[in-house]
Design a protein around this ligand. Structure first.
Ligand code: NDP
Length: 254
């Protein structure tokens, strides 16, 4: 995406990012902080989350806060407790980036272990729903809230072997559309980002043979991640955006 954000795009904005310990979520958290946001980091691993927090604090911008939540264990109650912790830190949320996710196993559905199906649905879908419900009151305190879900090209067209992950992303697209319609007359926009093949641990586990140097890095995707959190996207809702428009799904080729 060709988008040149103003350097103060996110000043006075408060944004929560899930999966902020690694990969795209870590980069998004750092980028939002660079553009002036106060960022709340969510993750399950205190050490890696702390590293993101330290990197943000070294920017000498707004300091970040970290909150721990293992989405594999998340319930409506634990997500409500998390929302209470957030409310004790900040008066509102102007943005939530649901980025955390797992791949599960790449095998035909016929062979997919039902426990892996449940784990993927719990982390990618159920916990995302519980967290969204719990955080909506804080988002509605914003004069222009932005709720962003993370999808995938296999969440739009099914692909053999992508099993529970693909189904969870189809459902994520559905959740985004339902919420966008429910809030279409309110000051909350709801959209999805499809990062497209990106150089992260998840991608390497899906395509171990691929040359990662042929892939975009998380930093390359940030124009779209910024656009959806800033005022320039105020009127956009109900859309599934591609961070790499035109990229063909599947392994990168030279
Ligand atoms: P990574 O595996 O690099 O990072 C995933 C993040 O999610 C990590 O911070 C991880 O935490 C967190 N996470 C995983 N499980 C849990 C859990 N149980 N509780 C809390 N946090 C958890 O993945 P990417 O950065 O590649 O992916 C980010 C998003 O983008 C995902 O939703 C993915 O589906 C999507 N996506 C990625 C693509 C790609 O090519 N990379 C392509 C299309 C979509 P921890 O560090 O503790 O493991």
């Amino acid at each position: 995406m060709h988008y040149q954000p103003k350097s103060d795009l996110l000043e006075n904005r408060i944004i929560l990012v899930t999966g902020a310990s690694d990969g795209i979520g870590r980069e998004a958290a750092l980028t939002y902080a660079r553009y002036g946001a106060r960022v709340i980091l969510l993750g399950r691993n205190a050490d890696t989350l702390q590293k993101t927090e330290q990197a943000i604090n070294q920017l000498n911008k707004q300091p970040a806060s970290s909150l721990l939540l293992d989405l594999a264990q998340a319930t409506p109650e634990s997500c409500q407790q998390l929302a209470d912790q957030v409310a004790a830190l900040v008066p509102r949320l102007d943005g939530v980036l649901h980025n955390a996710g797992i791949l599960g196993e790449i095998v035909p559905l016929e062979e997919l272990d039902p426990q892996i199906w449940r784990d993927v649905m719990q982390i990618n879908l159920d916990a995302t729903f519980y967290l969204t419900q719990a955080l909506l009151p804080l988002l509605l305190q914003s004069d222009a809230g932005s709720l962003v879900f993370t999808t995938s090209s296999v969440g739009r067209t099914g692909r053999a072997g992508w099993g529970a992950y693909a189904v969870s992303k189809f459902a994520t697209e559905g959740m985004m559309q339902v919420l966008a319609d429910e809030y279409k007359n309110r000051h909350l926009r709801v959209n999805c980002i499809n990062p497209g093949g990106t150089r992260t641990k998840m991608r390497a586990s899906a395509f171990p043979e691929e040359d990662a140097n042929l892939l975009k890095t998380p930093a390359d995707l940030m124009p779209l991640y910024l656009y959806l959190m800033g005022d320039d996207s105020r009127r956009k809702t109900g859309t599934s955006f591609d961070a790499q428009p035109g990229r063909k799904a599947g392994p990168a080729t030279a």
